[in-house]
Design a protein around this ligand. Structure first.
Ligand code: GRG
Length: 304
């Protein structure tokens, strides 16, 4: 990847595709199918983690790796771990006990392709493997750095992050009166925390100073919210063909979202404002931050 040359959308999307292929090769290597009856859960894990997604979180890891001179091999291990956690969250979110969705990434959801119990186990397997990958000496030579990565991912993915946000979201289905502050907090936990980890992980790997971490956290916070607003807009204006998943469900459920509170026009404007704010956090870096700037713009312009 040569970030100096990435100046337009087409080049950015090519770079996103290149990162996807690279991280998929790492995931492919990390989940070989063994002989024996347990092979089925490995197949379901591969189905979930290697499905046709954008790989935005791995891209954020690889783009921020450049800011801190992090070795490509280390960054790819982290990128694979983040994508595994993301894939697990989608598998569990789609289960009958949660969203009860049949379609994800334009294909049958994991529990439809396999069965509910296998999908639960595939999610568990992906989540657990992500921590094994971070704890492996291949990820970083310094055990203190590996420990910090494990701890940061646990905070982002667990009850103080994504799991807490998912609980809040399930409760919010019956609370159409929630205000913008509550929705913002919900989304920060549910999707923002893992996006923030994706941006900050390379600061941990590169032992970056605290001002760099604070700047990346600010970028990630604004980016995460802009991402979620774009997702809410797609749920209203997109189609199943575009997004590869059912749309319009929030409206049917009468759920409070950024769009239900602000309306589409103001929600879009808010997302663009957040993107401007996100990229302003990057001004403190001397290194080329063009990739992260383009990622922020992509998040609100995306059609899937
Ligand atoms: C089950 C613990 C647990 C958590 C689930 C993230 C999440 C929490 C659920 C996903 C539900 C959802 C559709 C949220 C909206 C934002 C989001 C995470 C969209 C999917 O992410 P993309 O667009 O997906 O990056 P791809 O397929 O491109 O990887």
């Amino acid at each position: 990847m040569n970030n100096e040359a990435w100046t337009d959308d087409t080049v950015f999307e090519t770079a996103l595709g290149d990162t996807a292929r690279e991280v998929d090769a790492v995931i492919d290597r990390l989940i070989p199918i063994p002989p024996g009856p347990e092979a089925r859960v490995f197949e379901a894990m591969r189905y979930a983690a290697l499905g046709p997604g954008k790989r935005l979180r791995p891209f954020l890891v690889m783009a921020s790796a450049r800011l801190f001179g992090v070795a490509r091999r280390s960054a790819l291990q982290v990128a694979a771990a983040v994508e595994m956690v993301h894939a697990y969250s989608l598998v569990h979110d789609d289960l009958p006990a949660m969203d009860n969705s049949d379609l994800r990434r334009g294909r049958p959801t994991c529990h439809k392709q396999f069965d509910d119990a296998t999908a639960v186990l595939a999610g568990d397997g992906l989540l657990t493997l992500a921590f094994e990958v971070l704890a492996h000496p291949h990820t970083h030579g310094d055990p203190a750095v590996r420990c910090e990565l494990v701890s940061a991912l646990a905070l982002a993915a667990g009850n103080q992050g994504m799991v807490g946000g998912q609980m809040f979201d399930l409760i919010a289905e019956h609370r159409p009166d929630l205000d913008i502050g509550a929705i913002t907090r919900l989304q920060r936990l549910k999707t923002g925390a893992l996006i923030a980890f994706s941006c900050e992980a390379c600061a941990i790997l590169g032992k970056a100073p605290s001002d760099a971490r604070t700047a990346l956290r600010g970028y990630a916070h604004d980016l995460g919210l802009a991402f979620q607003i774009a997702d809410d807009v797609l749920d209203v204006e997109g189609s199943t063909e575009m997004t590869g998943k059912p749309v319009g469900q929030d409206v049917v459920a009468g759920k409070a979202t950024f769009v239900s509170i602000l309306g589409v026009v103001r929600a879009r404007a808010q997302a663009r404002l957040l993107v401007d704010q996100a990229v302003a956090h990057l001004d403190i870096f001397d290194a080329n931050t063009e990739l992260l700037r383009q990622a922020a713009r992509f998040v609100v312009e995306r059609r899937a």
